[in-house]
Design a protein around this ligand. Sequence first.
Ligand code: NAD
Ligand code: ZN
Length: 390
Amino acid sequence: MKALCWHGKGDVRCDTVPDPKIEDPTDVIIKVTSTCICGSDLHLYDFYLPAMKPGDILGHEPMGVVVEVGSAVTKLKKGDRIVVPFDIACGECWFCQKELYSCCDNTNPNAKVAEAMMGHSPAGLYGYSHLTGGYAGGQAQFLRVVRAEANVLKLPDGIPDEKAVFLSDIFPTGYMAAENAEIQPGDTVAVWGCGPVGQFCIQSAWMLGAGRVIAIDRVPERLRMAEKYGRAEVVNMDQVTVYDKLQELTKGRGPDRCIDAVGCEAHGTGYVDAVMDKGKAMVGLATDRAHALREAIMCCRKAGTVSIPGVYIGFPDKIPMGAAMNKGLTFKMGQTHTQRYTGKLLEKIMRNEIDPSFVITHQLKLEDGPGAYKIFRDKQDECIKVVLKP
Ligand code: NAD
Ligand code: ZN
């Protein structure tokens, strides 16, 4: 089959690789019908996560049709259309019982390495390095879906791929980020980053009762999308000082809830901390550029909440913990417990409360993947979300 494989920094190729096979009775194999490129993939593309091996198959936002079923699988059959959450849960451990699926204890075969780095190992993730299991990813013609019944969402007839595929990650991620922000009715919610995740944070903030949403980015078409589809007030970080603007918009109190949907590759032209981060990352002295997180902490109102869906990898420094502590902030973060939200958010889509396809700017063939990584990373051609059709 064809698959997008990682070969080094900035080097993704469409290779011919062996088809996946059933390896465990709880597996199914899908023929992938839609698969996306995520901001998280860019951290691998830019080599911020140093646990990749040449030839690894990328991708963690797939959906498709079941073509083969393991002998222990009874609830899925050939021909079913399913969405595959990016995090892999066993469905049985202490964490899965509590719906903390991305913290599953049993699905990362390389748990020892992750434990050494983080104290405990998170769940296995598709296509996301050997630190989280080395599972082959979904930017491919076929995917081996492990522990299928504990994880996947079976789709009803009629719903097009474009509306369903983001249930694999970014819609649940935006929703969990808004939930983690602890929004109270009428709150002002500020969202850093108007990439695909930020867009779903904005949508979800309204669903959870926000009174105002302010969105921050520097890319004009992303800000326009936040304005048009997200009804957000927008702040262009290249045109104003974000802290000053947010204080002005909130009469000096600061936003009640701040969501960092940027993560470890934040930009910050003209900000000293961002310039230092960039220099350190270039010479391999740092894995994370945390300008957006620092700014969210500084901007957040006293006793507010900072929710962090943006991915961090290692040891970001200069985090203003003094400000966070003395202002009494709450922090909530994490890889999304996707399975907790798929059914509930599918219902919202079926009731026409949201059509997630608004974020799609590019639908391309799998073979176009290497170029698509580049235009998505470099924000060329007004690219916001790429869906690949294997
Ligand atoms: P993306 O790269 O398309 O979007 C990031 C956006 O942030 C860009 O539009 C960029 O211009 C903007 N940005 C950069 N610096 C900024 C700053 N200082 N202030 C404001 N905006 C800034 O990525 P995405 O797909 O939207 O993902 C966003 C983040 O969410 C990534 O870190 C990704 O890894 C993470 N993510 C997390 C989960 C999870 O489970 N928690 C799931 C999916 C993605
Ligand atoms: Zn993703």
